[in-house]
Write a protein that binds this ligand. Sequence first.
Ligand code: ZN
Length: 150
Amino acid sequence: MKRSTLITAGLLALASCSSPTGWHFSISGAVALAAPVSPATMDNLWASVQACSGIRTSEPWHRVSWYSVPGDRFAYGPGDSAIGLWVSPHQIYLAAGPLEHGPSTAYSPQYDTLLYESTIRHEMLHDLTQAPGHGPAFTACHLAAGPGVQ
Ligand SMILES: [Zn+2]
């Protein structure tokens, strides 16, 4: 049995989006998470994306199966890597890098938090739109992909 699954990924200029993949999708090293940040923050991020996009759902962010992948980026196909990845219908993979950086790196804690939460919001919006593309909702939410991104 084979079922096409739409995949998309990314964040702003760092984002990347992919083509359909197979039914048995998995990413090496991915670990399931109950929530990537605190449930209260998740509530806020989910509400903010619905507000800016105008796409409402009565379903909670718990409808998504969340996964963390070690490192700043992860590979999800030949030549493709991302910091965030949405897999239809309700899977989101997040690079754990922003949570792994210590104070000696070039990243600041504020930047890491912003990057991580922006990635969560970007992938949440894919889950709300149920599509891999970056349509008007992404522009409205200031979550559109940048140059070089599909
Ligand atoms: Zn995207």
